[in-house]
Design a protein around this ligand. Structure first.
Ligand code: SAM
Length: 227
């Protein structure tokens, strides 16, 4: 049984995919997909010993040895040529960390796998990377679970780079066109947070004018995008 967040990400994995789940921890995502016969080959990559052992145990517990292979490795180094990976999931990390993992071992992306990414924060950094690396965003989701708001970005390689505006990068090209409750909540919270910061700064003897202007501009931008 997957969390709502992981279930959403899992739903984008194509039938028959050869999946690498990077930063897999318990390997819940690839294990669930194997149990449900969506995949019959997966790699669960982990760079930290404890989470790696969690993956090993879960795979044994579900009798998935021979289908899901745990690998103790940094980022995309978990992927080997023979795996013929065509889909990569990276979930539950900050956008910058996900970006760094993708950027660090680009040779592992030679076959242009489908990318299913679930950044907890900083999704704009990720969209920028996708744009610069000829990945086209095909789906986006935003959802709330246990008082957290999560985003999911699905991207596939394309010959033409995307043309994303700064609003697209910041809010998501698809998310901002179909604003659901989680989207509204996230950005209303952001406005509130900025308002509080502005209020605090204005009380200072020497208000940081540049930062104040930046926050005000950001709030105008957000208000402009919210339907
Ligand atoms: N993907 C699971 C999920 O979404 O529920 C686990 C998320 S957990 C918060 C993040 C995991 O990423 C941790 O177990 C951490 O050890 C792993 N991680 C962080 N950096 C990594 C890297 N460079 N390579 C592989 N795993 C990494």
């Amino acid at each position: 049984h997957l969390s709502k967040r992981l279930a959403k990400a899992a739903a984008y994995v194509p039938q028959g995919a050869r999946l690498a789940d990077i930063g897999s921890d318990h390997a819940y995502l690839p294990a669930n997909l194997a149990i449900n016969h969506i995949i019959d080959y997966g790699v669960a990559g982990e760079v930290v010993k404890g989470p790696y052992e969690n993956a090993v145990h879960e795979i044994q517990r579900e009798h998935l040895e021979g289908k899901i292979f745990p690998r103790f490795a940094d980022g995309l180094k978990a992927i080997e040529d023979d795996d013929q990976i065509d889909t990569i999931t990276i979930c539950g990390m900050g956008g910058t960390l996900i970006r760094n993992i993708l950027e660090k071992d680009k040779s592992k992306l030679q076959n242009h796998p489908l990318l299913i990414l679930q950044p907890n924060v900083g999704s704009n950094v990720l969209r920028q990377w996708l744009q610069a690396n000829h990945y086209q965003i095909t789906h986006e989701d935003i959802l709330e679970e246990d008082d957290h708001i999560y985003e999911i970005i699905v991207a596939k390689y394309a010959n033409q780079p995307m043309q994303l505006s700064s609003e697209d990068l910041f809010f998501g090209p698809i998310l901002r066109k179909h604003q659901n409750n989680a989207f509204l909540k996230k950005w209303e919270k952001e406005i509130e947070k900025n308002e509080k910061a502005i209020h605090q700064m204005q009380k200072a003897t020497n208000p940081p004018t540049q930062r104040l202007a930046q926050l005000k501009t950001e709030n105008e931008l957000i208000r402009g995008v919210l339907a």
